[in-house]
Design a protein around this ligand. Structure first.
Ligand SMILES: [Zn+2]
Length: 188
């Protein structure tokens, strides 16, 4: 319940309690900041990152990822072997924008659904990156949630509050152990 990982340009000021700085291939730095010193870092060998970069994957590749998958679309979006870096909040917000319920089986989605989802994921990630600024754009907190705080959530964390589009109360369910938020009227 402590510490955070931050990706930032190498000339960014080093925050107090920065215990590790890792240079990334992109030229940016991954920094581990842990004021309470309860965190641990370890190096994993033969690490398989897998998955496509959501901002680089082509539409046809994206559609192919979900074909035949019987898991809920939300779980598939969080599966890092399919797409890298789509976290819990990004997934909920993307599904809302695409009008798809998180529990829908991935395989039941039409090409058109998946096209909308493809565009929504890219839109949400681009907004998060552009709003995040340099030092918090890749912020992950101790529970692994993204630093999405600067983008107004439309569904995430809004259980029982009115949908910003239709006023229906936002619902919260647990899928694959994660909180999932959706509008029962806007998402089918
Ligand atoms: Zn709604």
């Amino acid at each position: 319940m402590t510490g955070r990982l931050v990706v930032c340009p190498p000339d960014a000021e080093i925050a107090n309690h920065t215990h590790a700085v890792v240079k990334l291939a992109s030229g940016r730095e991954l920094r581990f900041v842990d004021p309470r010193r309860f965190g641990r870092l370890s190096v994993a060998r033969d690490f398989e990152a897998g998955g496509f970069e959501p901002l680089e994957v082509q539409l046809n590749q994206f559609i192919g990822l979900f074909r035949g998958r019987k898991t809920p679309i939300k779980s598939a979006l969080l599966n890092q072997k399919l797409l890298r870096g789509v976290g819990n909040i990004y997934a909920d917000e993307s599904l809302f924008r695409a009008g798809i319920r998180p529990r829908r089986r991935a395989a039941s989605l039409t090409r058109e659904h998946l096209r909308r989802l493809y565009l929504a994921v890219r839109e949400v990630l681009r907004e998060a990156i552009s709003l995040g600024g340099s030092s918090v754009s890749d912020y992950v907190d101790a529970e692994g949630e993204e630093g999405f705080f600067q983008l107004q959530h439309r569904v995430y964390g809004r259980e029982a509050l009115p949908c910003l589009v239709c006023q229906a109360p936002i619902k919260r369910v647990i899928i694959a152990g994660r909180s999932s938020h959706y509008c029962p009227a806007c998402q089918r």
